[in-house]
Design a protein around this ligand. Structure first.
Ligand SMILES: [Zn+2]
Length: 382
């Protein structure tokens, strides 16, 4: 989720890293508040019952955690099917709009995309059925547990809503993926299927934005704002999925070595910082430079802004190796790596450049701009 910043891995299930994005805490807070505050859902449902405020807040927290687990089950179902069809999944991220399974590639066939997508709403529907059962059980069989009834009632409803919302044919929501799999199966062309599905998806996004604005006008408050943001997010996701498919198709089969600038400009580790600035930063305008020893082996990386970390008067007496970054694994790539794999790595890296390495020595530099220019040129020619 690049536009939501960093996420933290909190644990692993079945080998899938489960990550939490900071925006998820906002969702958590909103849910607890909408359930347990004075105007909340639980007060409404439990009118006339003797429930202490502390119990009410506790129920809200349990409700939000329950939703967290249900979302996780939904995403796990996608990830399990994806793995079963041989697609690598880099993890599951929970963020303000729910969850997302991070697939590293497009599905191999239209059929596998269909199964991978449809299993999500089905698992939410199954969860809804389980909670409806529990709701009936606690209402009719066990008497006098109103708090528990309210809790399972909430989870039944929310899972049903999750199934319904995700079934909208708005790509890249699950329903939209089902739509894409049909279009893909019918036309045999992934790119045009994605174009049609994401056009529908961004149309739905627009409707949500309009709905959110209207709801704000009629006093919808926070839910109106949320609907608007959800619409923006859906549009954005539809557009970026389209772009991703185009890029993957354009770069298909190409390797890093085709795009890299060979014989990169390297800085010797003992070079004083003032000479680094005058002889490298000013003439070359690169964001990063590999730092090497006498044998040309990579020792670290220095960024063009790194000299700013120390006092200018110290520059002549400080060798580059003292201010370089020594942890470079995130910046290294093999020339034989498929270019499609370099793309996400390049976008993650702040300098948008990676060092192509062979036997511990830098043999080239690849930049995001080089890749993007190639993609643009090739799609113009087509
Ligand atoms: Zn889903």
């Amino acid at each position: 989720m690049p536009f939501f910043g960093r996420s933290w891995t909190i644990f692993k299930i079945f080998g899938f890293p489960i990550k939490i994005n900071p925006t998820w805490f906002l969702l958590f807070f909103l849910i607890v508040f909408s359930l347990s505050s004075r105007n909340g859902l639980f007060y409404l449902w439990l009118e006339g019952e003797e429930v202490r405020p502390a119990t009410m807040w506790l129920m809200g927290i349990v409700g939000a955690l329950g939703l967290f687990i249900c979302l996780l089950i939904h995403e796990l179902s996608h990830s399990m099917v994806a793995r079963h069809t041989g697609m690598p999944v880099s993890g599951i991220t929970l963020f303000i709009f729910g969850g997302v399974s991070e697939m590293e590639e497009e599905p191999p066939t239209a059929g596998s995309e269909f199964f991978m997508a449809v299993v999500g709403p089905l698992s939410s529907l199954a969860l809804a059925a389980v909670f409806v059962g529990a709701w009936a059980f606690f209402s009719f069989v066990v008497d006098g547990a109103p708090a528990l009834v309210a809790l399972v009632r909430y989870l039944a409803i929310v899972n049903f809503l999750l199934a319904a919302f995700n079934s909208l044919p708005a790509f890249p929501l699950d329903g939209g993926r089902v739509l894409r799999s049909f279009l893909w199966g019918a036309t045999g062309n992934l790119r045009s299927a994605t174009r049609m599905a994401s056009t529908v998806g961004s149309g739905f996004g627009m409707l949500m934005i309009i709905g959110g604005v209207l709801s704000l006008f009629y006093g919808g408050g926070i839910s109106g704002i949320w609907l608007m943001f959800l619409g923006f997010f859906l549009r954005q996701a539809a557009i970026s999925s389209m772009r991703q498919v185009t890029m993957r198709e354009t770069l298909g089969g190409e390797r890093v070595e085709r795009f890299m600038t060979a014989q990169p400009v390297c800085v010797e580790e003992h070079l004083p910082v003032d000479r680094f600035v005058n002889e490298y930063v000013l003439p070359y305008h690169f964001t990063i430079f590999p730092v090497v020893d006498e044998d040309g082996r990579l020792k670290g990386v220095i960024r063009s802004l790194s000299p700013g970390k120390i006092d200018r008067r110290l520059w002549p007496d400080t060798p580059v190796k003292e201010i370089m970054q020594t942890e470079t694994t995130e910046l290294e790539i093999s020339p034989a790596t498929p270019a499609t794999e370099a793309l996400p790595k390049l976008s993650r890296e702040s300098g948008h450049r990676l060092i192509a390495m062979e036997n511990g020595r830098p043999v080239g530099i690849i930049s995001l701009r080089d890749l993007l220019e190639f993609i643009e040129l090739k799609s113009d020619l087509e």
